[in-house]
Design a protein around this ligand. Structure first.
Ligand code: 13P
Ligand code: SF4
Length: 315
């Protein structure tokens, strides 16, 4: 099927089945363009929670599909390719995390949304990069906190708040690629450009930022800025699609990944998992109503509590 036919068929099936298509900013531009809603992890969870559709198609990664399923257990939740995982979620296996939590009684457990449902089972409050700071600040200053799994986001929050949260040693392979050298080189080529950094990047990279935030926060900042036209973007390059769409006259410059020996020609500033979502797979999954996200009802019951707390604290 050619592309325009595929797009027409996706629209027809969506209507016919009362389905809604949610997409993350890191997915392919053509997926973002056909979605009913595009957002960061927080907005996608909020959108799922208020959806009246019978089917939610999550064009994102597996944990985002699980979050939808936990929030909407009675709906069918589809992800076009179940192989769309997340290196950060993988860096925190639930059995090891469960033991870690047990070994630290008296701690409040904060988990980044980039975790499996099984990790959320052990969690008190889920956070995203869009609300982590606000949620941590809402807790008493002397509260003992475990923060998992992203050591970079956790370290950033510790630095900003002066807290000493106990950090799980996980990271995202895409965001850890960005280097200060690459950013300083771009700054020299584009004097006056502002630097936008996702908090999953390493500390020295974050220190170069004019703005640190979730994908949605970086987008809003760049669009609203009336003084600057050039932005160096240190996050997954899929976000440039929406940035360019909302501010076509501005210049968005993706930070190239660190090229180490053996990685020549890699597109490491692209999340390969996110890009597993294609128009063809989106069409197939709407047509066949699979692959479907399944989560054990006992896990749903427990994992919903920290997500609901997050949504409540984000209002
Ligand atoms: P956001 O919540 O900022 O969209 O981030 C999600 C993510 O996976 C970042 O790598
Ligand atoms: Fe996970 Fe990193 Fe991809 Fe985000 S960019 S979904 S954290 S692997």
């Amino acid at each position: 099927m050619d592309k325009s036919k595929l797009i027409a068929e996706i629209r027809r099936l969506k209507q016919e089945k009362n389905a809604v298509i949610l997409a993350h900013y890191y997915t392919l531009g053509e997926i973002q363009d056909i979605a009913d809603f595009v957002g960061d992890s927080l907005a996608l969870a909020q959108q799922a929670a208020r959806s009246t559709a019978d089917i939610i198609v999550m064009c994102g990664v597996h944990f985002m599909g699980e979050t939808c399923k936990i929030l909407c257990p009675d709906k069918k939740v589809l992800v076009p390719d179940l192989e769309a995982g997340c290196s950060l979620a993988n860096s925190c296996p639930a059995d090891e995390f469960g033991k870690f939590v047990k070994a630290h009684p008296g701690y409040t457990v904060l988990s980044y949304v980039n975790t499996t449902a099984a990790v959320k089972y052990y969690t008190d409050i889920v956070v995203t990069s869009g609300n982590a700071l606000k949620i941590v600040n809402s807790l008493p200053k002397d509260e003992k906190i475990i923060f998992a799994p992203d050591r970079n986001l956790g370290g950033y929050i510790n630095a900003v708040t002066g807290r000493n949260m106990l950090l799980w040693d996980g990271a995202c392979h895409v965001h850890e690629q960005f280097s200060t050298e690459a950013i300083l080189k771009l700054k020299a080529e584009h004097p006056g450009a502002k630097v936008l950094v996702h908090p999953e990047c390493k500390r020295p990279v974050v220190l170069l930022a004019d703005k640190v935030g979730s994908t949605a926060v970086l987008l809003q900042y760049a669009v609203a800025d009336t003084e600057c036209n050039d932005f160096i973007v240190a996050t997954e390059s899929g976000i440039l699609h929406e940035m360019q769409k909302q501010a076509p006259h501005k210049n968005f410059i993706p930070v190239p990944p660190e090229v180490s020996e053996g990685s020549v020609g890699c597109s490491c500033n692209e999340c390969a998992y996110m890009r597993l979502n294609t128009l063809q797979k989106l069409y197939d999954c709407l047509l066949n109503e699979k692959p479907e996200i399944e989560v054990d009802p006992a896990i749903i019951e427990r994992a919903k509590l920290p997500i609901d707390r997050m949504l409540e604290l984000s209002k």
